[in-house]
Design a protein around this ligand. Sequence first.
Ligand SMILES: [Zn+2]
Length: 424
Amino acid sequence: MGDTRIKYYNRENECSYVEERMERQFRQFKQDLEFAYNNCEYYKNLFGEDFNIDDIKSYDDIVKIPKTNKSNIVNIHKSKYPFGGMLAKGAKLKRIYISPGPIYDPEGDVEDYWNLREIFTNVGFVEGDRVIDTFSYHLTPAGIFCDEALKSIGCTMVPTGVGNTEIQIQTLKNLQVTGYIGTPSFLNMLIKKAEEAGYNWNKDFNLKIACVAGEMLPNSMRKDFEEKYNILVRQFFATADMGGIGYECYYKSGIHFSENRLVEVVNPETGEHCAPGEPGELVVSTLGNRTYPLIRLGTGDLIIHAEDECGCGRTSFRIDKIVGRVDMVTKVRGMFIHPGQVNELINKFEYIVKGKIIISRENDYDTMTFYAELAKDIPLTETYKDKILNAIRDIFKLKGDVQFVESGFIKDDDKLIDDQRKWD
Ligand SMILES: [Zn+2]
C-alpha cells in the first residue's frame, strides 16, 4: 500500500486550529444564511419575518435557527414541486436526480458541486488510478457524482454501475483496475465469485484501494479486505441531497468531516450542542452552496463525536461512532439510552449470544432489565452476573438488572430496547 496514498486536499485548513476552523466556517455560514433567507422561499418562510441575522453571533447561537429534518424533505418538496421553494432564485442546474419519495435532488452547474474531490483525495485515490464505479448511474446521483469527482483528480473511470458480476470481474482483471467505488458487500461478493471461478485474487488482480459507502462495514470484512487481499479500504459518507460529508483518512480513526460542511451534534431533547462523547443528532449544513443551500439539515443519525487530534494531524470533528437513529433513543431515569449501548454490552461478553433491554415502570420508578441468552454449557456463576451488572453501570451510567433467558425468548427481529412503560 505505502504512504504514497497519504494525501491532503488542503492541509492548511484541514490541520488548522479548531477555533480557526470554527471562525472560518461560521463566517461562511452567516453569508449562507443571509443568502438562503433572501433567495429561497422555503427559508424565508421558515425563519420568519422577524429573522435578524445579527442575532446569530457565534457558533453556539446556531441552535436558535430552526432545523429542517431530512425525513420531512419529501413533504416540503411535495408542497410545491419540484423543490418546495428550497432552490435558490436563478440557480442554473446541470442535472436533477430522483430519490425515493420522490425527492428531486438538484445539481448546480458548479465545479465540484457535490464536494467529493476533497473526500476522494483524502481517502487516498491518486492520479492514474483506474477505478470501477459500481454505484448506479441513473436516477440517484451516486454513480455520476463519484465518477466526476474521481475523474477530476486524475483517475480513469470505468463506469460499470450496479450488478453484472461476471463483467465486473472480467473488467477488474483485464484492465488491471486499481480502485473500487461501491458498497462493501458488493466488493466482498466480487472477490468470492472471482475465487470460485478459479482466480487467485492477489496474483490475478491489482486492486489497491476501495472506497465504500451505503452500508455498515463489518470489522471482519474489513480485516479480510486489508489483510488477505491487500486492499486499502476506506469509508466515506455522502448523501443524495448534500453530496460529500465525511471520510476516513489513512489512520481510519473515525469519519472526518469535510471542511465544507458545518457540523453540529445536537441533544435531541434540549436542542443544545453536545460535548464530545455525548450522543446526539448529526445536523449538517452545506457551506457556500448557492444552488440548493441546506441549512441545519437534521439527518436523524445519532452519533458520538470525538474532537481530539487524529494521527493524520487533522483537527476536524470526527464521527467516533454511529449509535442509531434519533427515533430509537429512550430516556430512563433522566438518562438517554440507545441501541448502540446494548450492542456494546452484548459484545463485551463472549458468552452472550443475544440480548435485549426491557424498560418498565414499577411504583413510579423506571426499571431497566437486560435479558441475556448465553451460549450453551456455560456454568452460571454469581461472579459472571456481577460482571454484567458492573458493565451495565459502566455503559449506561444507570443501575439495571440482568436476567438469563432460554434460547427462543429473544427473537431475531426483537428491538434492542423494548420500552414497555405505560403512561396514563
Ligand atoms: Zn485522520
